[in-house]
Design a protein around this ligand. Sequence first.
Ligand SMILES: [Zn+2]
Length: 412
Amino acid sequence: MIKLKKEYSNELLEDYYNKGLKYTSKKLKKELKNIDSIEDKYKLWKICSVSNISRLLLIPPYLLECEIEKVEGLYPDFYEYYNIIEYFSSAISYKVNELKIRSVEDKRIFDRECIKLLSIISRSKHQFPTSLVIDYVEKEITNIVNDLTQLTPKSPRSEYKKRIEKLYIIMQGKGIDRFYPTWIPIVKKVFNYSGFIDQKFAIKMTNDLGIGVCPYCNIEGIEPDKPDSNDKVYRPPLDHYYPKSLFPYLSISIYNLIPCCTKCNSTYKGSYDTYKNKYRNPYSSGFCSEVIFEIHDKDRILKDLETGYYDANEIEIICKINDYIGNTEDIFRIEKRYKGQFAWKNAALKILKSYSDSNFGTVFNHGAKIFTKDVYIETVTDYYKGESALRQSGKKYKLDLINQVYGLEDKI
Ligand SMILES: [Zn+2]
Protein backbone atom coordinates (compact mmCIF):
# COMPACT_ATOMS: atom_id res chain seq x y z
CA MET A 1 0.00 0.00 0.00
CA ILE A 2 1.52 3.28 -1.12
CA LYS A 3 0.46 6.56 0.43
CA LEU A 4 -0.99 9.11 -1.97
CA LYS A 5 1.36 11.95 -1.22
CA LYS A 6 0.13 14.52 -3.67
CA GLU A 7 -3.05 16.46 -2.90
CA TYR A 8 -5.74 17.22 -5.45
CA SER A 9 -5.37 20.66 -6.99
CA ASN A 10 -7.78 23.37 -5.83
CA GLU A 11 -9.08 23.59 -9.36
CA LEU A 12 -10.05 19.92 -9.41
CA LEU A 13 -11.61 20.07 -5.95
CA GLU A 14 -13.67 23.06 -6.98
CA ASP A 15 -14.84 21.33 -10.16
CA TYR A 16 -15.67 18.21 -8.20
CA TYR A 17 -17.59 20.11 -5.55
CA ASN A 18 -19.70 22.04 -8.07
CA LYS A 19 -20.36 18.94 -10.09
CA GLY A 20 -21.42 17.00 -6.96
CA LEU A 21 -23.77 19.68 -5.69
CA LYS A 22 -25.48 20.10 -9.04
CA TYR A 23 -25.80 16.35 -9.53
CA THR A 24 -27.29 15.57 -6.12
CA SER A 25 -29.65 18.55 -5.89
CA LYS A 26 -31.23 17.54 -9.20
CA LYS A 27 -31.73 13.99 -7.93
CA LEU A 28 -33.03 15.15 -4.56
CA LYS A 29 -35.63 17.40 -6.17
CA LYS A 30 -36.91 14.49 -8.19
CA GLU A 31 -36.92 12.01 -5.30
CA LEU A 32 -38.66 14.30 -2.79
CA LYS A 33 -41.69 14.19 -5.05
CA ASN A 34 -41.90 10.42 -4.52
CA ILE A 35 -42.26 10.69 -0.73
CA ASP A 36 -45.61 11.39 0.91
CA SER A 37 -44.76 11.51 4.58
CA ILE A 38 -43.47 14.87 5.84
CA GLU A 39 -41.29 13.12 8.40
CA ASP A 40 -39.64 10.99 5.71
CA LYS A 41 -39.18 14.04 3.49
CA TYR A 42 -37.49 15.82 6.37
CA LYS A 43 -35.15 12.89 7.10
CA LEU A 44 -34.14 12.55 3.47
CA TRP A 45 -33.61 16.26 3.22
CA LYS A 46 -31.47 16.21 6.37
CA ILE A 47 -29.00 13.75 4.89
CA CYS A 48 -29.20 15.28 1.40
CA SER A 49 -29.34 18.99 2.29
CA VAL A 50 -26.95 21.32 0.46
CA SER A 51 -24.92 21.86 3.61
CA ASN A 52 -24.61 18.16 4.40
CA ILE A 53 -23.72 17.21 0.83
CA SER A 54 -21.20 20.07 0.66
CA ARG A 55 -19.54 18.57 3.70
CA LEU A 56 -19.71 14.97 2.48
CA LEU A 57 -18.29 15.71 -0.97
CA LEU A 58 -14.93 16.82 0.39
CA ILE A 59 -14.97 15.14 3.80
CA PRO A 60 -11.33 14.33 4.72
CA PRO A 61 -10.27 10.67 4.82
CA TYR A 62 -9.81 10.59 8.60
CA LEU A 63 -13.43 11.65 9.15
CA LEU A 64 -15.07 9.03 6.92
CA GLU A 65 -15.32 6.50 9.71
CA CYS A 66 -16.79 9.05 12.14
CA GLU A 67 -19.46 9.80 9.58
CA ILE A 68 -20.45 6.13 9.45
CA GLU A 69 -20.56 5.93 13.25
CA LYS A 70 -22.74 9.01 13.32
CA VAL A 71 -25.27 7.72 10.76
CA GLU A 72 -25.31 4.28 12.37
CA GLY A 73 -26.07 5.85 15.74
CA LEU A 74 -28.71 8.22 14.42
CA TYR A 75 -30.51 5.79 12.12
CA PRO A 76 -30.01 2.13 13.10
CA ASP A 77 -32.70 1.06 10.60
CA PHE A 78 -30.75 2.76 7.80
CA TYR A 79 -27.67 0.76 8.68
CA GLU A 80 -29.69 -2.46 8.93
CA TYR A 81 -31.43 -1.96 5.57
CA TYR A 82 -28.22 -1.60 3.53
CA ASN A 83 -26.44 -4.34 5.43
CA ILE A 84 -29.27 -6.83 4.99
CA ILE A 85 -29.42 -6.22 1.26
CA GLU A 86 -25.67 -6.67 0.94
CA TYR A 87 -25.78 -9.80 3.08
CA PHE A 88 -28.53 -11.37 1.01
CA SER A 89 -27.10 -10.48 -2.35
CA SER A 90 -23.78 -12.02 -1.40
CA ALA A 91 -25.66 -15.17 -0.35
CA ILE A 92 -26.96 -15.67 -3.88
CA SER A 93 -23.56 -15.30 -5.48
CA TYR A 94 -23.60 -18.99 -6.38
CA LYS A 95 -25.74 -18.10 -9.42
CA VAL A 96 -28.69 -20.42 -9.10
CA ASN A 97 -30.20 -18.71 -12.13
CA GLU A 98 -27.51 -20.15 -14.34
CA LEU A 99 -28.66 -23.69 -13.65
CA LYS A 100 -30.62 -25.04 -16.55
CA ILE A 101 -32.65 -27.65 -14.57
CA ARG A 102 -32.56 -29.97 -17.52
CA SER A 103 -31.48 -33.05 -15.70
CA VAL A 104 -31.96 -34.85 -12.42
CA GLU A 105 -28.43 -33.80 -11.52
CA ASP A 106 -29.24 -30.07 -12.07
CA LYS A 107 -32.31 -30.42 -9.92
CA ARG A 108 -30.26 -32.00 -7.15
CA ILE A 109 -27.73 -29.19 -7.28
CA PHE A 110 -30.53 -26.65 -7.17
CA ASP A 111 -32.17 -28.26 -4.13
CA ARG A 112 -28.83 -28.38 -2.39
CA GLU A 113 -28.21 -24.69 -3.09
CA CYS A 114 -31.64 -23.77 -1.76
CA ILE A 115 -30.92 -25.58 1.49
CA LYS A 116 -27.64 -23.71 1.70
CA LEU A 117 -29.50 -20.47 1.17
CA LEU A 118 -31.88 -21.22 3.99
CA SER A 119 -29.03 -21.96 6.34
CA ILE A 120 -27.44 -18.62 5.39
CA ILE A 121 -30.71 -16.87 6.19
CA SER A 122 -30.99 -18.56 9.53
CA ARG A 123 -27.37 -17.61 10.34
CA SER A 124 -28.26 -14.01 9.58
CA LYS A 125 -30.44 -14.06 12.72
CA HIS A 126 -27.26 -13.70 14.75
CA GLN A 127 -26.16 -10.80 12.65
CA PHE A 128 -29.44 -8.90 12.75
CA PRO A 129 -31.10 -10.17 15.94
CA THR A 130 -33.82 -7.54 16.15
CA SER A 131 -34.78 -7.48 12.50
CA LEU A 132 -38.32 -8.37 11.52
CA VAL A 133 -37.23 -8.68 7.91
CA ILE A 134 -35.21 -11.83 8.49
CA ASP A 135 -38.30 -13.73 9.64
CA TYR A 136 -40.23 -12.49 6.63
CA VAL A 137 -37.48 -13.47 4.19
CA GLU A 138 -37.03 -16.86 5.83
CA LYS A 139 -40.75 -17.56 5.54
CA GLU A 140 -40.91 -16.44 1.93
CA ILE A 141 -37.87 -18.46 0.92
CA THR A 142 -39.09 -21.57 2.72
CA ASN A 143 -42.33 -21.30 0.74
CA ILE A 144 -40.50 -20.96 -2.55
CA VAL A 145 -38.17 -23.82 -1.72
CA ASN A 146 -41.08 -26.08 -0.71
CA ASP A 147 -42.82 -25.12 -3.87
CA LEU A 148 -39.74 -25.93 -5.90
CA THR A 149 -39.30 -29.34 -4.38
CA GLN A 150 -42.74 -30.27 -5.74
CA LEU A 151 -41.38 -29.78 -9.25
CA THR A 152 -39.54 -32.49 -11.12
CA PRO A 153 -36.96 -32.24 -13.89
CA LYS A 154 -39.84 -32.90 -16.26
CA SER A 155 -41.88 -29.89 -15.11
CA PRO A 156 -42.00 -27.01 -17.62
CA ARG A 157 -39.02 -24.72 -17.38
CA SER A 158 -41.31 -21.70 -17.08
CA GLU A 159 -42.45 -23.04 -13.70
CA TYR A 160 -38.89 -23.09 -12.47
CA LYS A 161 -38.21 -19.66 -13.91
CA LYS A 162 -41.19 -18.14 -12.08
CA ARG A 163 -40.00 -19.38 -8.70
CA ILE A 164 -36.35 -18.58 -9.24
CA GLU A 165 -37.28 -15.04 -10.22
CA LYS A 166 -39.31 -14.68 -7.04
CA LEU A 167 -36.33 -15.90 -5.05
CA TYR A 168 -34.13 -13.30 -6.71
CA ILE A 169 -36.50 -10.44 -6.05
CA ILE A 170 -36.47 -11.22 -2.36
CA MET A 171 -32.73 -11.75 -2.15
CA GLN A 172 -32.01 -8.51 -3.95
CA GLY A 173 -33.92 -6.70 -1.28
CA LYS A 174 -36.80 -5.52 -3.45
CA GLY A 175 -39.41 -7.19 -1.29
CA ILE A 176 -38.04 -5.77 1.94
CA ASP A 177 -38.29 -2.06 1.13
CA ARG A 178 -41.75 -1.87 2.65
CA PHE A 179 -40.35 -2.72 6.09
CA TYR A 180 -38.37 0.52 6.16
CA PRO A 181 -39.23 4.22 5.97
CA THR A 182 -39.38 5.37 2.34
CA TRP A 183 -36.47 7.79 2.64
CA ILE A 184 -33.97 5.03 3.42
CA PRO A 185 -33.90 3.23 0.03
CA ILE A 186 -34.07 6.63 -1.69
CA VAL A 187 -30.74 7.81 -0.26
CA LYS A 188 -28.83 5.58 -2.70
CA LYS A 189 -30.73 7.16 -5.59
CA VAL A 190 -29.66 10.66 -4.61
CA PHE A 191 -26.04 9.63 -4.08
CA ASN A 192 -26.06 7.59 -7.24
CA TYR A 193 -22.43 6.98 -8.15
CA SER A 194 -23.02 5.42 -11.54
CA GLY A 195 -23.21 8.24 -14.02
CA PHE A 196 -21.52 10.71 -11.69
CA ILE A 197 -17.88 10.39 -12.68
CA ASP A 198 -17.29 9.94 -16.38
CA GLN A 199 -14.14 8.62 -17.95
CA LYS A 200 -12.63 12.07 -18.51
CA PHE A 201 -13.04 13.03 -14.88
CA ALA A 202 -11.65 9.73 -13.58
CA ILE A 203 -8.57 10.31 -15.75
CA LYS A 204 -8.31 13.88 -14.49
CA MET A 205 -8.38 12.67 -10.87
CA THR A 206 -5.72 10.03 -11.47
CA ASN A 207 -3.48 12.48 -13.31
CA ASP A 208 -3.99 15.16 -10.70
CA LEU A 209 -2.64 12.83 -8.01
CA GLY A 210 0.24 11.78 -10.26
CA ILE A 211 -0.69 8.11 -10.08
CA GLY A 212 0.57 5.72 -12.72
CA VAL A 213 0.64 2.53 -10.63
CA CYS A 214 -2.04 1.12 -8.32
CA PRO A 215 -1.50 2.34 -4.74
CA TYR A 216 -2.96 -0.85 -3.23
CA CYS A 217 -0.74 -3.47 -4.88
CA ASN A 218 2.02 -1.31 -6.38
CA ILE A 219 2.03 -3.83 -9.24
CA GLU A 220 -0.49 -2.98 -11.94
CA GLY A 221 -0.17 0.12 -14.09
CA ILE A 222 -3.18 2.43 -14.22
CA GLU A 223 -1.75 5.21 -16.30
CA PRO A 224 -4.57 6.62 -18.40
CA ASP A 225 -4.19 7.43 -22.06
CA LYS A 226 -4.47 10.97 -23.34
CA PRO A 227 -7.69 12.41 -21.84
CA ASP A 228 -8.58 14.27 -25.04
CA SER A 229 -8.29 11.27 -27.31
CA ASN A 230 -11.47 10.05 -28.96
CA ASP A 231 -10.18 6.52 -29.28
CA LYS A 232 -10.86 3.86 -26.72
CA VAL A 233 -9.12 4.93 -23.54
CA TYR A 234 -8.55 3.14 -20.29
CA ARG A 235 -10.71 4.39 -17.45
CA PRO A 236 -8.86 4.01 -14.19
CA PRO A 237 -11.21 2.33 -11.71
CA LEU A 238 -12.09 4.28 -8.59
CA ASP A 239 -12.45 1.98 -5.64
CA HIS A 240 -14.95 2.90 -2.96
CA TYR A 241 -12.86 2.61 0.17
CA TYR A 242 -16.10 2.20 2.13
CA PRO A 243 -18.37 0.28 -0.25
CA LYS A 244 -21.19 2.27 -1.79
CA SER A 245 -23.64 -0.60 -1.30
CA LEU A 246 -23.31 -0.28 2.48
CA PHE A 247 -22.63 3.42 2.85
CA PRO A 248 -24.39 5.12 -0.08
CA TYR A 249 -24.02 8.62 1.43
CA LEU A 250 -20.23 8.28 1.02
CA SER A 251 -20.43 7.02 -2.54
CA ILE A 252 -19.44 10.35 -4.08
CA SER A 253 -17.12 11.62 -1.36
CA ILE A 254 -13.84 12.28 -3.15
CA TYR A 255 -11.62 10.83 -0.40
CA ASN A 256 -13.65 7.65 -0.42
CA LEU A 257 -12.63 7.12 -4.05
CA ILE A 258 -9.26 5.50 -4.56
CA PRO A 259 -7.82 5.37 -8.08
CA CYS A 260 -6.51 1.81 -8.36
CA CYS A 261 -6.20 -1.18 -10.69
CA THR A 262 -9.06 -3.41 -11.88
CA LYS A 263 -7.65 -6.46 -10.08
CA CYS A 264 -7.55 -4.77 -6.67
CA ASN A 265 -10.91 -3.12 -7.19
CA SER A 266 -12.96 -5.97 -8.62
CA THR A 267 -11.15 -9.26 -8.13
CA TYR A 268 -9.81 -8.77 -4.65
CA LYS A 269 -11.80 -6.13 -2.83
CA GLY A 270 -15.31 -6.04 -4.28
CA SER A 271 -17.75 -4.80 -1.65
CA TYR A 272 -15.77 -6.09 1.32
CA ASP A 273 -17.08 -4.44 4.47
CA THR A 274 -14.18 -2.20 5.41
CA TYR A 275 -16.06 -0.65 8.28
CA LYS A 276 -16.16 -3.96 10.15
CA ASN A 277 -12.84 -5.21 8.79
CA LYS A 278 -10.45 -2.31 8.87
CA TYR A 279 -7.63 -1.60 6.49
CA ARG A 280 -5.66 1.46 5.51
CA ASN A 281 -6.81 4.31 3.36
CA PRO A 282 -3.95 5.31 1.03
CA TYR A 283 -4.99 8.95 1.32
CA SER A 284 -3.88 8.72 4.95
CA SER A 285 -1.13 6.10 5.13
CA GLY A 286 0.97 3.57 3.28
CA PHE A 287 3.41 0.86 4.29
CA CYS A 288 7.01 1.33 5.23
CA SER A 289 8.55 -0.94 7.84
CA GLU A 290 5.19 -2.57 8.66
CA VAL A 291 5.43 -4.85 5.66
CA ILE A 292 8.84 -5.98 4.44
CA PHE A 293 9.64 -8.25 1.51
CA GLU A 294 12.59 -10.57 1.95
CA ILE A 295 14.48 -13.17 -0.03
CA HIS A 296 14.53 -16.44 1.85
CA ASP A 297 18.03 -17.89 2.31
CA LYS A 298 19.71 -14.94 0.65
CA ASP A 299 23.26 -15.87 1.74
CA ARG A 300 23.04 -19.35 0.25
CA ILE A 301 21.85 -17.97 -3.09
CA LEU A 302 24.66 -15.40 -3.12
CA LYS A 303 27.14 -18.21 -2.51
CA ASP A 304 25.68 -20.25 -5.36
CA LEU A 305 25.84 -17.22 -7.63
CA GLU A 306 29.58 -16.93 -7.06
CA THR A 307 30.04 -20.30 -8.59
CA GLY A 308 27.60 -20.02 -11.43
CA TYR A 309 24.02 -20.08 -12.59
CA TYR A 310 20.96 -19.80 -10.35
CA ASP A 311 17.37 -20.45 -11.40
CA ALA A 312 14.98 -17.60 -10.52
CA ASN A 313 12.19 -20.12 -10.03
CA GLU A 314 13.94 -21.44 -6.94
CA ILE A 315 13.83 -18.07 -5.20
CA GLU A 316 11.37 -17.84 -2.36
CA ILE A 317 10.02 -14.47 -1.34
CA ILE A 318 8.74 -13.86 2.16
CA CYS A 319 6.49 -11.02 3.14
CA LYS A 320 7.07 -10.11 6.77
CA ILE A 321 4.23 -8.28 8.44
CA ASN A 322 5.77 -6.51 11.42
CA ASP A 323 2.93 -4.36 12.56
CA TYR A 324 -0.85 -4.16 12.60
CA ILE A 325 -1.98 -3.43 9.07
CA GLY A 326 -5.65 -4.22 9.49
CA ASN A 327 -7.06 -6.57 6.90
CA THR A 328 -5.06 -5.15 4.01
CA GLU A 329 -3.15 -8.37 3.35
CA ASP A 330 -6.33 -10.47 3.52
CA ILE A 331 -8.10 -8.23 1.06
CA PHE A 332 -5.44 -7.66 -1.57
CA ARG A 333 -3.38 -10.86 -1.20
CA ILE A 334 -0.22 -8.88 -1.80
CA GLU A 335 2.20 -11.60 -0.71
CA LYS A 336 0.60 -14.19 -2.96
CA ARG A 337 0.61 -11.86 -5.93
CA TYR A 338 4.33 -11.07 -5.66
CA LYS A 339 5.26 -14.63 -4.78
CA GLY A 340 3.34 -16.15 -7.64
CA GLN A 341 4.81 -14.22 -10.54
CA PHE A 342 8.02 -15.19 -12.26
CA ALA A 343 8.74 -11.54 -13.14
CA TRP A 344 9.14 -10.70 -9.44
CA LYS A 345 11.38 -13.68 -8.76
CA ASN A 346 13.45 -12.58 -11.68
CA ALA A 347 13.65 -9.05 -10.31
CA ALA A 348 14.91 -10.54 -7.03
CA LEU A 349 17.53 -12.56 -8.88
CA LYS A 350 18.68 -9.44 -10.71
CA ILE A 351 19.22 -7.67 -7.40
CA LEU A 352 21.15 -10.63 -5.97
CA LYS A 353 23.22 -10.92 -9.12
CA SER A 354 24.04 -7.21 -9.17
CA TYR A 355 25.37 -7.51 -5.62
CA SER A 356 27.32 -10.62 -6.40
CA ASP A 357 28.87 -8.98 -9.52
CA SER A 358 29.74 -5.84 -7.59
CA ASN A 359 31.80 -7.94 -5.22
CA PHE A 360 34.06 -8.99 -8.09
CA GLY A 361 35.53 -5.52 -8.29
CA THR A 362 34.10 -4.64 -11.65
CA VAL A 363 32.07 -1.75 -10.37
CA PHE A 364 31.95 0.61 -7.47
CA ASN A 365 33.61 -0.89 -4.47
CA HIS A 366 36.96 -2.15 -5.71
CA GLY A 367 37.51 -1.32 -9.31
CA ALA A 368 37.53 1.73 -11.47
CA LYS A 369 34.60 3.38 -9.67
CA ILE A 370 32.76 4.08 -12.88
CA PHE A 371 29.44 4.38 -11.07
CA THR A 372 28.30 5.60 -7.72
CA LYS A 373 26.58 2.88 -5.72
CA ASP A 374 23.12 4.39 -6.30
CA VAL A 375 23.57 4.74 -10.04
CA TYR A 376 24.95 1.24 -10.26
CA ILE A 377 21.99 -0.26 -8.38
CA GLU A 378 19.51 1.75 -10.46
CA THR A 379 21.09 0.76 -13.74
CA VAL A 380 21.36 -2.93 -13.05
CA THR A 381 18.16 -3.55 -11.14
CA ASP A 382 15.67 -1.18 -12.83
CA TYR A 383 14.99 0.44 -9.49
CA TYR A 384 14.64 4.21 -9.58
CA LYS A 385 15.22 5.85 -6.25
CA GLY A 386 14.02 9.29 -7.28
CA GLU A 387 10.85 8.12 -9.01
CA SER A 388 7.67 7.89 -6.93
CA ALA A 389 6.35 4.45 -6.03
CA LEU A 390 3.08 5.61 -7.55
CA ARG A 391 4.79 5.71 -10.91
CA GLN A 392 7.03 2.66 -10.55
CA SER A 393 5.67 -0.86 -10.48
CA GLY A 394 7.08 -2.91 -7.58
CA LYS A 395 9.14 -0.07 -6.12
CA LYS A 396 8.43 -1.03 -2.51
CA TYR A 397 9.24 -4.68 -3.26
CA LYS A 398 12.53 -3.85 -4.95
CA LEU A 399 13.46 -1.32 -2.29
CA ASP A 400 13.06 -3.92 0.47
CA LEU A 401 15.13 -6.50 -1.40
CA ILE A 402 17.87 -3.99 -2.23
CA ASN A 403 17.97 -2.93 1.43
CA GLN A 404 18.24 -6.58 2.45
CA VAL A 405 20.91 -7.57 -0.07
CA TYR A 406 23.04 -4.41 0.14
CA GLY A 407 22.47 -3.88 3.86
CA LEU A 408 20.93 -0.44 3.30
CA GLU A 409 18.13 1.30 5.15
CA ASP A 410 16.51 3.37 2.42
CA LYS A 411 12.86 4.27 2.82
CA ILE A 412 10.06 4.90 0.43
ZN1 LIG B 1 -3.77 -3.03 -7.62
